[in-house]
Design a protein. Sequence first.
Length: 198
Amino acid sequence: MSQPDAVTLAPVAPDTFRAVMGHFVTGITVVTTLQDGQPRGITVNALTSVSLEPPLVVVALDRRRFITPSVHETGRYAVNVLSEDQQALSDCFAGAAVTPDRDAFCGAAWTPGPTGLPLIDGAIATLECSVTQVFQAGDHELFVARVDSVGNAEPHPMPLLYYRRQYLRIQRAETAPLEGVPEHVTGAQPPFDRDGEA
């Protein structure tokens, strides 16, 4: 089979790329770590699971952000999945000019998790992770990490969502079984996985 001819296109501008990627709805997390015994955190929506066995996730951190050297140094981070009523924390940990500010951990109540990492009270799910690999990718670094501990409070509020640089809340939703996925019918393991699905 012949290869298609190379096409030369103008580079995609950062603002255009951001606008297009904004159509992909994500949850909102705060990635936390400890630095000199003090909790540090930053808002992150670039999170995905990458493996079930062993359990691995990856977060993408801008290498210019204050928390990136801390994650390098400690080799550990926690992921706190925010609920719909935690928008103020999302804004603060993203660097909004509020009081208390990000340097004061946004005034967020937290407790040490089983591995000692700061877990934000009210988060609907938490993961404590140990970094296993780091990849350079443009202006970000990808921190692949083994999940050492998880938390998932039930019942819990709906998640906080992000779409086209605005927050969304789930107000009306319908559930439907996934077509062609046997475990949803019989409990059996599927013959295939959706990429990135855990």
